[in-house]
Ligand binder design. Structure first.
Ligand code: FE2
Ligand code: FE2
Length: 370
């Protein structure tokens, strides 16, 4: 290794998404080792088999995070790997050292959590000879000094930021910059994870199954399936709130809807939260959310799909009774919409609930237009 070899700090991770914890660790190590460059290596997949967001979005957010950090680069060799073989860090290490052996000295940054598990890494003995491993401290993960010693791993001192991608995915955006937060909102990323803290278990499952159904109905009818998915996954997002809070939202933002029956309020409150908390700006999506339970006279195909998916999805207790209507929805949403409303009235009758005059009027209106 020549004396003037460039010092490169490699930092592999899923970056799903990148956050301040990653940056803080990399900057500390970069300064501590007096490196020339940092290369962040996004993983192609998670080693535990869990799904990762599409690489193009992860890279886009990394670019936003790295703007202004001139010596920080993204090394996408693992993402670009087409070999279909399992990618181990050892494979990447062999490739990089072969390619750059004359010019670069590589360091490899890991967190204290990874250090504790390092004996399970593929070819770790050879790997730690190719790269000088360095480790940053993480709150809650004490350093196992015997392992650090065994593999000659340098421990980086410096401030620690307690951040995790899991928290960002759940909608806690305090550890990412505004650009990344906006990117997540704009591209409607991590919706499944972001709705979870807002809903009861039952409503969470209901929202996911409705969204899946709405998406597949929409694709079979050439309606925008992404819109159907987003509207459906968010349709009940306010429903776990106490009724007083729902009422407050209606009083302030939809005062004319206060006269509607109380059960209808949550569709407007959900549209409001979808817009404010989830950054959904698309008017058609918001309209579909705000007509999913108390239908209206000017419903589009998208609105009808979201309405039907809410009633026909498979986790509903009466799911077995609506199999035919569910099938019909894939062929003709107008007919399925009418049959769904009829089914609603039939259930009310069985329950001996008061007759829903609004629903009866709508049913008549839509039947005349078939
Ligand atoms: Fe609802
Ligand atoms: Fe619902």
């Amino acid at each position: 290794m020549p004396m003037d070899a460039k010092k490169i700090l490699l930092f592999g991770g899923s970056y799903n998404p990148i956050h301040q914890g990653h940056l803080n660790a990399a900057i500390n190590a970069f300064n501590y080792l007096k490196c020339d460059e940092v290369w962040l290596i996004p993983r192609k997949y998670n080693y535990d088999g869990s799904l990762l967001l599409d690489g193009k979005h992860r890279i886009a957010m990394m670019k936003l995070a790295l703007s202004g950090l001139d010596n920080f680069k993204i090394c996408d060799i693992e993402l670009k790997d087409q070999s279909k073989k399992y990618i181990y860090t050892y494979n990447t290490a062999k490739y990089l050292t072969r390619k750059y052996k004359k010019d670069y000295k590589f360091y490899f940054l890991i967190g204290a959590d990874q250090l504790n598990n390092i004996e399970n890494w593929y070819e770790i003995d050879k790997l730690t000879k190719l790269f000088q491993f360095v480790c940053f401290r993480r709150p809650g993960y004490p350093i196992v000094t015997s392992l650090a010693k065994k593999y000659n791993i340098t421990i980086i001192e410096g401030n620690q930021i307690d951040a995790s991608s899991t928290m960002v995915r759940a909608g806690y955006f305090d550890k990412v910059n505004d650009d990344i937060q906006n990117y997540i909102m704009e591209h409607e990323l991590y919706l499944k994870e972001r709705i979870m803290p807002h809903l009861t278990d039952r409503l969470f499952i209901h929202s996911l199954t409705s969204a899946r159904l709405a998406k597949s109905i929409a694709s079979s009818l050439n309606v925008n399936s992404n819109r159907a998915y987003v509207a459906s996954i968010l349709h009940d997002i306010s429903k776990s709130l106490p009724i007083d809070e729902i009422k407050k939202i209606i009083e302030v933002h939809y005062p004319s809807k206060l006269k509607l029956p109380e059960f209808a309020w949550h569709q407007y409150a959900s549209a409001y939260l979808a817009s404010v908390e989830f950054g959904i700006k698309d008017k058609k999506t918001l309209k579909a959310i705000s007509s999913h339970c108390y239908a209206t006279f000017n419903m589009s195909s998208l609105d009808k799909i979201v309405y039907c998916a809410d009633k026909l999805e498979e986790s509903r207790s009466f799911a077995s009774e609506v199999v035919d209507i569910r099938k019909e929805a894939f062929e003709d949403i107008n007919l399925a919409f009418i049959h769904t409303m009829e089914e609603q009235l039939r259930i009310l009758k069985i329950k001996k609930a008061p007759v829903d005059k609004h629903l009866e009027k709508l049913l008549k209106y839509y039947k005349e237009r078939i």
